[in-house]
Design a protein around this ligand. Structure first.
Ligand code: HDD
Length: 712
């Protein structure tokens, strides 16, 4: 099966590399781990029919021992995730910017594995938590592995890695009762945040709809830190990395997110899997904002500060290539769980900056793999090994797989003719950028990092009115779950530094009558021997007041690829209409599902049998992007008798979804609460499939003012 699948795929060196380790039992005899055939895998070896199990039963012991050790520690952060194989394709020769070979030639393809994740939840938690999403890509380049370990938000909560354990302890479930799971809406998180003014910019992002993507293929990715590109002449420039989704950026509402978490906690995982299986391959363009070295200090913020972004109005994103994910893993554990990313996995042509958050990450990632993957040989695990040969003098360690030949294991040596020789001898290999560094050892924050509110303000004020409303509602929800009044008040006070109206609106929802703008010192982490007053937040007048690209709505994408449309039908449905609409959806790269009162199949008008995908009991409107009610008097009469069908329509309406109703379907529509509106926006009566497809391409009909009034 797998081999057939891979034959159809274009050449991918990493998939070929993995073949050595793939196993397929079809048509094969069962063996134990020693390769000895197993006659009976169902019954233990007993001393007599009703007697005890014998210790000598090596088959039982081997099977059970392996099972007992199947689990490994989950990632301390980003435990919940899913991944896929694919390729990166360079749009040109960018050697002027970087000597990285995967960007050196038009059309050059490099195999990749991408893993997306939530941050706070455990491995089994819901995909739709309000959270940052991890966006990690391993490039298996012909110069070794390069990992771009980013997020779907371009900034971070803190400026120094030293605070990372505190941030994570604060957001994870509270330590006494391990509540709540996959949620930041609790005391400890907001206690920490309300004392951390530098987090305000990231808080705006995390409370925005960016934290609730409709699909992983509908979110942007960012490298967050400023990195360096270095070309063959050693010339370096600063870069910020971007991933831009072909499908545009779209989200679900918080109410949908909460319902999806109950209906299908694997919503994003399933969506990614299905998209790839159905050939609608998720795709992102890869771009960089490039800043010349000499322009480093031309901005009103510090490029080394990970709580700041470079507005695209100031530096455009230059598109360099694209990533296409076109193959699901064969085995979740072997690939998605065991993949080990590290921002320090670099290839020549890419280098770090002194961002103190990035510098700390460079220690953490290898360190965590030692306990997560059990020792220093995790780079030999098939999904982690590069597609180029590895030669060095590292030896031994738990679970060593490589058989290193020869007597040595040291350098320099005479015994092996000095081999493996250093890459410099062949004019290759990684050379750190020659950055001049000089300074005193200090534990202090640079004063250029102290403007904590200007970009938070810029973000908030660049959102559409609807998105601002969502941020207010998110903060009302999150802080509404905080039981400590002091934390709530302090947080609202902090918001007043971002935007007064925002703070006022949040305060109103929380029943806070008077906003107490906290007095300085707001910063509690200025450095050991520093005067606190010298390290308090500053406000810089931003060069721009609005950055359109910060709104999700600025990048709607085109078409309806990746969407799933519900078709409500029962016996007697008009089969021609169903077919016509299904065809229109399919050819636009969308999927549709037949939903009926019961499972099994229905008999359409004309006697045709149509398979039912879900009964109304096993699904819900929140799992779909739009809904269609075809004509067919008998079908509609059956659905009218089914309150779940009426709720399906009302709920879709409440969540701003486009609805198409044909012919007698109108009488089902008339039973909804939404039909009280004689001119409902985004409900298409008796329209051609193409009009419905065109409507769905707008994602949602946000202008539907009465949506929220629907009581479902
Ligand atoms: Fe991290 C995992 C992204 C800051 C320490 N991080 C991890 C993953 C992503 C990120 C996407 C999951 C990779 C995967 O799918 O396996 N992390 C980020 C970004 C950050 C960031 C974009 C800020 C810009 N991280 C950060 C800091 C530290 C860590 C400051 C510690 C100093 N991150 C880790 C880790 C993890 C991790 C503990 C857990 C599992 C792993 O590394 O492999 O080492």
């Amino acid at each position: 099966m797998k081999d057939k699948k891979s034959q159809k795929e274009p050449k991918n060196e990493k998939i070929q590399d993995l073949h050595v380790n793939t196993e397929d039992g079809s048509g094969e005899m069962m063996t134990n781990n020693q390769g000895v055939g197993i006659n009976d895998d169902q019954n233990s070896l007993l001393a007599g029919e009703r007697g005890p199990t014998l210790l000598e039963d090596f088959q039982f012991r081997e099977k059970m021992t392996h099972f007992d050790h199947e689990r490994i520690p989950e990632r301390i952060v980003h435990a919940r995730g899913e991944g896929a194989h694919g390729y990166f394709e360079s749009y040109g020769d960018f050697s002027e910017l970087t000597k990285a070979s995967f960007l050196g030639e038009k059309g050059k393809r490099t195999p990749v594995f991408a893993r997306f994740s939530t941050v706070a939840g455990f491995r089994g938690s819901t995909d739709l938590a309000r959270d940052v999403r991890g966006f990690a890509v391993k490039f298996y380049t012909d110069e070794g592995n390069y990992d771009l370990v980013g997020n779907n938000m371009p900034v971070f909560f803190i400026q120094d890695a030293m605070k990372f354990p505190d941030l994570i302890h604060a957001v994870k479930p509270e330590q006494d009762n391990e509540i709540p799971q996959a949620a930041s809406a609790h005391n400890t998180f907001w206690d920490f945040i309300s004392l951390m003014p530098e987090s305000m910019h990231m808080i705006m992002w995390a409370m925005s709809d960016r934290a609730l993507p409709r699909s992983l293929a509908m979110m942007e990715g960012f490298g967050v830190h400023t990195f360096r590109f270095v070309n063959a002449k050693g010339k370096s420039s600063f870069v910020k990395f971007h991933w831009k989704p072909k499908l545009g950026t779209h989200s679900v509402t918080w109410e949908e997110a909460q319902k999806i978490s109950g209906q299908d906690p694997d919503f994003h995982r399933r969506d990614l899997w299905n998209a790839i299986e159905s050939g609608n391959f998720p795709e992102w363009e890869f771009g960089v904002q490039v800043v010349r070295e000499e322009d480093e200090h031309k901005f009103d913020f510090d490029l080394l500060d990970p709580t700041k972004l470079i507005p695209e109005e100031l530096v455009q994103v230059q598109i360099l290539g694209k990533m296409v994910l076109n193959r699901n893993p064969d085995n979740f554990f072997a690939e998605t769980e065991q993949i080990a990313f590290h921002p320090g996995h670099l290839v020549p042509g890419i280098d770090f900056t002194n961002d103190p958050l990035l510098q700390g990450r460079l220690f953490s990632y290898t360190d965590t793999q030692l306990s997560r993957l059990g020792g220093p040989n995790f780079a030999e695990i098939p999904i982690n090994r590069p597609i180029v040969p590895v030669h060095n003098n590292q030896r031994g360690g738990s679970m060593r797989l490589t058989i290193n030949k020869g007597k040595g294991g040291y350098h320099p040596n005479q015994g092996n003719g000095g081999c493996p020789y250093q890459a410099a001898m062949a004019d290759g290999g990684f050379v750190s950028h020659h950055e001049r560094i000089e300074g005193y050892k200090i534990r202090k924050r640079s004063k250029s990092f102290l403007d904590h509110f200007s970009q938070a303000k810029l973000f908030y004020e660049s959102q559409t009115a609807l998105e601002q409303r969502h941020i207010i509602e998110a903060l009302r929800f999150e802080l509404g779950k905080v039981t400590d009044e002091k934390i709530r008040e302090r947080m609202v006070g902090m918001l007043s530094y971002v935007n007064k109206e925002l703070a006022k609106n949040v305060a109103e929802g929380l029943g806070i009558k008077e906003i107490k703008t906290p007095e300085k010192p707001l910063n509690h982490s200025y450095g050991a021997d520093a005067n606190p007053q010298d390290y308090q937040p500053t406000t810089v007048k931003s060069k721009i007041q609005k950055s359109e690209k910060l709104s999700l709505m600025a990048s709607p994408g085109k078409g309806i690829q990746g969407r799933v449309i519900a078709i409500l039908a029962a016996d007697g449905v008009d089969s021609d209409a169903v077919e016509k609409f299904q065809k229109a959806f399919n050819s636009a790269g969308a999927d549709s599902k037949i939903i009926s009162k019961n499972g099994g199949s229905i008999t359409a008008s004309g006697g045709k049998t149509i398979k039912v995908d879900h009964s109304l009991v096993t699904t819900s409107s929140v799992l779909f992007d739009a809904v269609y009610v075809p004509d067919g008097a008998e079908s509609v009469e059956t659905l009218k008798d089914e309150p779940l069908a009426i709720r399906f329509l009302d709920e879709s309406y409440r969540h701003y979804k486009f609805i198409a109703v044909d012919g007698s379907g109108r009488s089902l529509w008339d039973m909804t609460y939404a039909s009280r509106n004689a001119k409902p926006k985004g409900v298409l009566f008796d329209q051609a499939p193409s009009s419905f497809v065109e409507a769905i391409s707008k994602h949602r009909i946000w202008e539907r003012e009465d949506a929220k009034k629907i009581p479902v």
